[in-house]
Design a protein around this ligand. Structure first.
Ligand code: AMP
Ligand code: MG
Length: 349
């Protein structure tokens, strides 16, 4: 299959191109598109055949459900059994935006889309290109991240091309994404809404709207013994090719520890990559040293993390050390993804 790449600028959206992309979805094809979180791999959420194609293109296990993307609130009711009051409040506060909510599904949503579950995950993204494309596609676009399974989620169209060239009909290039980490997922089917995956919308933000919000306990720990509530969280996502260890401790000690490891690893033939921050990066002695951003503004780190992990793959780094991050605010989502990438290898020094 020839994958067509088109450019759509959010400031001057060309209706003709959006129509073309939408008609591919309506005909049962796949189109990758930009959102504010990461690029999505879209198919018609109400067409079981489209969902099967998404799993095949990603190489993703079919028990790992997809998120259904909508463009307007009226489109929520037909695909869910009920909209709890708590969900209405969160939708008012955070939609369109990087929040995914889990509902009991209605009969209109095929089990192929929900990985066999009776619940459905729904999100209304805020990216103007995503919203316009979803409208043109018929209103319901199932979309996981547009990476091959096990690779970091793509934060620009060039990474979608790397993974999806020849596997899907079209890629909409809308530039670099804004946030860089996947949406916050909250289960709305339980008495106390529960965060299943941390993201840009934090527990503190949610608790400004709802009295209390729980957290899936497996979120920040090694889940090998327990089943996480979001099926996708059990897979070793976001894995770089190099062996990644997070080094947690006081900054000076971390720098010293990592630099001390480098010479002997290099002698053994390893190529060493290091993930630091703007304040520390110049002091590292690895083969490839990359700053993830500025600790004073962790949104910069969220935005760069996946790009850095992909670049280490391209540069064939075989051992990676990363600094650790605070688990407050967006830092919790950063650490959740980094811990997964590291297979939970973290050294406290
Ligand atoms: P992705 O968009 O690639 O991040 O994948 C979507 C993720 O949403 C999956 O990995 C699941 O963990 C989660 N998810 C989707 N639907 C459900 C659901 N019905 N219940 C719990 N988690 C879900
Ligand atoms: Mg994903």
């Amino acid at each position: 299959m020839e994958t067509q790449v088109i450019q759509i600028d959010e400031k001057h959206m060309e209706q003709r191109l959006l129509k073309q992309a939408g008609s591919i979805i309506k005909a049962g094809g796949l189109v990758a598109f930009p959102t504010e979180t990461v690029y999505g791999l879209g198919g018609d959420a109400l067409n079981p055949e489209s969902s099967r194609k998404i799993y095949a293109a990603k190489g993703r296990p079919s028990d790992n459900p997809l998120i259904v993307h909508i463009a307007k609130l009226e489109d929520l009711q037909p695909i869910v059994k009920e909209i709890p009051e708590t969900a209405q409040k969160l939708a008012d506060a955070f939609w369109p935006g990087p929040l995914t909510m889990i509902f009991e599904k209605s009969d209109r949503v095929p089990y192929e889309t929900t990985g066999g579950l009776n619940t459905v995950a729904v999100r209304m993204p805020v990216h103007p290109v995503a919203l316009a494309f979803i409208e043109e596609a018929g209103g319901y676009v199932a979309a996981p991240s547009a990476n091959r399974s096990g690779r970091p989620s793509p934060t620009s169209a060039k990474y979608v091309e790397e993974d999806m060239q020849g596997r899907i009909e079209m890629i909409i290039d809308g530039g670099d994404v804004e946030i860089g980490l996947e949406s916050t997922i909250v289960d709305m089917t339980v008495e106390e809404p529960m965060i299943l995956r941390p993201g840009y919308i934090t527990k503190e933000m949610l608790e400004k709207v709802l009295k209390s919000v729980g957290e899936d306990k497996t979120m920040m720990s090694d889940t090998s013994g327990q089943a996480p509530k979001a099926p996708g969280m059990k897979y070793r996502h976001y894995a770089p090719k190099g062996d990644l260890t997070i080094i947690d401790g006081e900054a000076e000690k971390v720098i010293e520890y990592i630099n001390n490891q480098v010479p002997s690893l290099q002698k053994q033939g390893y190529k060493v990559g290091i993930i630091g921050t703007d304040a520390t990066i110049a002091r590292y002695r690895g083969d490839v040293c990359k700053s993830a951003g500025n600790r004073m503004d962790e949104t910069t780190i969220a935005k760069e993390l996946y790009r850095i992990l992909r670049e280490f793959d391209d540069e064939e780094v075989t051992i990676i050390f990363s600094e650790s991050f605070d688990t407050a605010g967006i830092g919790q989502a950063i650490m959740n993804r980094l811990l997964k990438a590291a297979g939970h290898k973290i050294l406290h020094i």
